[in-house]
Design a protein around this ligand. Structure first.
Ligand SMILES: C[S@@+](CC[C@H](N)C(=O)[O-])C[C@H]1O[C@@H](n2cnc3c(N)ncnc32)[C@H](O)[C@@H]1O
Length: 458
């Protein structure tokens, strides 16, 4: 195979578990490469940037033979943006490949048989569906104003390009971004430099309650007061009266994260609300909230239906975040016990229960593994367990402990088919059989896919 400087011709043979394409160099069956683009049946030119003994990794430079499933990308930034890698693939085809990936992972890697694989619950809105976007600052001396503000370049995490129009959140979010970029230029504010750890502005985050119309702008900087903040707020809210709150989060960490070790509310209440399945939820600058406000209703509806609740049920909501699933489930059962690591999410969960006049929920702060182990006596038993872990999935001992509570059904929501296969195998080893899997497309035009799985005792 050629060196990384020259492009080699590859045939795409499949889509891998992380959404990358699996390719073979034409005329050479000895080794596969994972490429950033490409669809089964296509022939592409690609440059390899990383080699290992078993496989290589590469970047497609040209598509030589196109799949009929390709469409023209609708986004002006598509060729460089690291965000939506499937904007040039028809929506039906996106969904087909996402479903196939889940089935392949479970059958081939997990050896699961006799599982009912349902069709994908597709998204009605494939444009402007996100309720949150984070745009990063980057120092770039060659740019006219010395910085860029936007999203990451595909495959180059350290590089940011200026977003003019992103099709993920809203027209308003694009206008806010553009106004803020100009404000920074006119007022000579500095961007944070990740290499030298100098400068000020790290991120601007824009959150929208899609069902409430409330808008939050959160500016993340290093630690010092926002310059001329009264003037900034006055100008910003005059231009955008739709903004209901502006927060300023600060951290001096070397790693560039959109999180505040301290927060100042510059305008409004410091939170917004979103309505999901008729319930109101409070969202703070640093709270977790499912990012597709439309499709989350389909996801939760499915999870609740799959649980087949009885009015007498005691339900565990593991990795409960701000209590959203548990609060939506509360009217169908006797009691909900939520467990969550983040203190701020537990505070939000209690507030959300109160906001919705829900009185049969209890939220415990702590790791799932530790809490299930240490509070075994106190927690007694569960009839149904709802599980919605982060991308990395569950700790093996968390699976072990969850399986000890005698639940007659476990409903597992996963945003990562890879970690789900591992956890499903662990549940199988601990006496639970995987019965049914339904993919839910929360992120059209990306390779991500969510799923709802049902386990019953064997
Ligand atoms: C995918 S989110 C789900 C949140 C919530 N169920 C929802 O739908 O909004 C995962 C949550 O797990 C929490 N978390 C991560 N590791 C945890 C652990 N070891 N124990 C408990 N919670 C954890 C995160 O803080 C986050 O709120």
């Amino acid at each position: 195979m050629n060196t990384s400087k020259e492009a080699t011709e590859f045939e795409i043979v499949d889509i891998g578990h992380d959404g990358k394409s699996i390719a073979r160099p034409i005329g050479d069956n000895s080794k596969v490469a994972f490429l950033d683009r490409g669809l089964p049946g296509e022939v592409v030119l690609a440059k390899i940037y990383k080699r290992s003994r078993r496989y290589d990794r590469g970047r497609v430079t040209e598509i030589v033979k196109f799949s009929p499933e390709r469409v023209e990308a609708d986004c002006q930034h598509f060729s460089i943006c690291g965000g939506c890698s499937w904007r040039d693939l028809g929506y039906e085809a996106q969904v087909k490949y996402k479903r196939k990936r889940i089935i392949d992972s479970l059958e081939r890697l997990g050896g699961f048989e006799d599982v009912k694989f349902n069709e994908v619950i597709t998204a009605e809105r494939t444009l402007f569906y996100r309720n949150k976007m984070e745009f990063s600052f980057n120092v770039e001396p060659e740019k006219p104003h010395g910085f860029s503000l936007g999203l990451h370049h595909q495959g180059e995490f350290a590089k940011i390009f200026d977003v003019e129009e992103c099709l993920l959140e809203s027209e308003l979010s694009n206008q806010i971004l553009s106004w803020f970029r100009n404000y920074v230029i006119e007022n000579k504010l500095t961007a944070y430099d990740v290499t030298n750890h100098t400068g000020y502005l790290r991120f601007i985050m824009i959150r929208e309650g899609k069902h409430t119309g409330e808008i939050m702008v959160n500016i993340v900087t290093t630690t010092s007061e926002f310059p001329d903040k009264a003037k900034f707020v006055a100008e910003f809210t005059k231009k955008f009266p739709q903004i209901t709150t502006i927060t300023h989060n600060r951290n001096d960490r070397k790693s560039n994260i959109a999180y505040g070790d301290s927060e100042e509310i510059l305008f409004g209440d410091g939170f917004i609300h979103e309505k999901i399945l008729g319930r109101m939820f409070r969202i703070y600058a640093n709270s977790f909230m499912q990012t597709n406000s439309y499709q989350v209703e389909a996801l939760y509806k499915l999870a609740l239906k799959s649980a087949e609740f009885r009015k007498t049920d005691r339900v565990f909501d593991l990795y409960c975040g701000a209590g959203t699933i548990g609060i939506c489930a509360s009217e169908f059962v006797k009691e909900i016990v939520g467990i969550e690591l983040e203190e701020s999410a537990i505070i939000a969960a209690n507030e959300n229960a109160e906001l919705n006049s829900v009185t049969n929920t209890m939220f415990l702060e702590g790791g799932v593994r530790e809490t299930l182990r240490e509070k075994k006596q106190e927690l007694k038993s569960a009839d149904i367990i709802l599980i919605d872990p982060p991308r990395a999935g569950m700790h093996p001992r968390a699976v072990f402990h969850a399986a000890q509570f005698g639940a007659r059904r476990i409903v597992y929501i996963s945003c990562s088919p890879g970690s789900f296969v591992r956890d499903a195998t662990l549940f199988r080893d601990n006496g639970y059989q995987l019965k049914e899997v339904t993919p839910v497309d929360m992120f059209p035009h990306t390779t991500h896919i969510e799923l709802v799985a049902v386990f019953d005792p064997t």
